[in-house]
Design a protein. Structure first.
Length: 355
């Protein structure tokens, strides 16, 4: 089996961050979403991975490389225009050959793993197997309608009145027959080759198309709120590991990771929280569910339930909550008083707020 990971989207819902970095490189618990995805694929025993990339290929390659650091072998497949998920399958045909494969959207987080579902597919090998998750309100997703035996009867994209609560996640398993479907379908009303249309073509032909219910945590990290919530979920599994410097005047509670090369001086950190290598936390309070990236400097800061990306600086600013601070961004005081603050700041920006 091989894998196809889709990492070419523009990430409009994650602007301003996605203006300057691929959304798949947004860090969750200080690790890019795409790295989490590749590790999940490696865990099911698949190491040959094709990654669909757009115009941000250089940034993705700089972080992921050839995949060897993650125990996989990555082949980059250039996509010139976003023509739909089924078009990605067609584009990757030379890489995929006639092998079975798992297709995984590069901004989906399933931290509890997909090993059981992969084993189910390998044992029965239906033409297609979609991974679904029960959603309280599935109207924002594709929805799978199943028969009594769990076979897919119909996939409906964002129905106003869903007949099922099974939302289609960003993980699909296919045998090589999907290539016939991709060749047979026509572009949708929005001009794209839809993977749902290809799967529906298989259903109409009488092929076996199964759905597997994923009971673990699932998040499409397409919005800022989803990124923060997913970061919270992963940090809840953190275990204390203090490799950096923490002085005697500092207090650490809960599960806290301080990586080698990081320094904590006269500060309080209430975990779960992670401080990456090269960062300096001085006279500051880091609240729960906060990730501080590499080479950041926080002085006189108070921040919680937030993500601070590499190289950012926060100076004499209190009360930051539910915020994402972009790479190399600088947040400092101003003379205008305001007791509550919430920031979504893009890369290489400077913002002044009340101290």
């Amino acid at each position: 089996m091989k894998a196809l990971v889709l990492s070419g989207g523009s990430g409009t819902r994650l602007r301003p961050f996605s203006y300057s970095m691929p959304k798949q490189l947004i860090p969750i618990a200080n690790k890019p979403v795409l790295a989490h995805v590749l590790e999940n694929i490696r865990a099911i025993g698949v190491t040959e991975i094709g990654v669909i990339v757009g115009d941000r290929v250089n940034q993705i390659q700089a972080v992921i490389g050839d995949g060897s650091a993650l125990g996989v072998q990555v082949t980059y497949i250039q996509q010139d225009s976003p023509d739909g998920l089924a078009a990605c399958v067609a584009l990757a045909r030379p890489f995929l050959g006639d092998d079975d494969f798992v297709m995984y959207l590069g901004d989906n987080m399933l931290p509890d793993g997909i090993e059981d579902i992969a084993a189910e597919f390998a044992a029965h090998r239906p033409s297609a197997q979609v991974v679904v998750h029960k959603a309280a309100d599935p109207r924002s997703f594709g929805v799978a309608e199943l028969d009594v035996d769990g076979r897919v009867e119909r996939l409906v994209e964002k129905p106003s009145q869903p007949k099922s609560d099974l939302a289609v996640t960003g993980v699909y398993f296919f045998t090589s027959v999907v290539h016939e479907a991709v060749t047979a379908i026509e572009p949708s009303a929005r001009g794209e080759l839809e993977i749902t249309d290809a799967i529906q073509w298989l259903v109409a032909r009488g092929d076996e198309v199964k759905a597997s219910v994923y009971d673990g945590y699932w998040k499409d990290t397409g919005r800022v709120e989803d990124v923060l919530e997913c970061n919270r979920r992963l940090l809840d599994g953190l275990r204390t590991d203090i490799l950096g410097e923490v002085d005697a005047a500092s207090v650490l509670t809960g599960e806290v990771v301080v990586e080698a090369g990081a320094r904590v001086i006269g500060s309080r950190i209430d975990g779960p929280a992670v401080i990456a290598a090269g960062s300096v936390i001085e006279d500051s309070h880091i609240g729960p569910h906060t990730s501080i990236g590499g080479d950041c400097v926080l002085t006189g800061a108070d921040i919680g339930y937030s993500i601070v990306l590499d190289g950012a600086t926060i100076t004499e600013v209190r009360g930051l909550h539910a915020s994402i601070i972009g790479r190399a961004a600088s947040v400092g005081p101003s003379s205008i008083g305001e007791p509550r603050r919430r920031l979504f700041i893009g890369d290489h920006t400077r913002v002044e707020v009340a101290a």
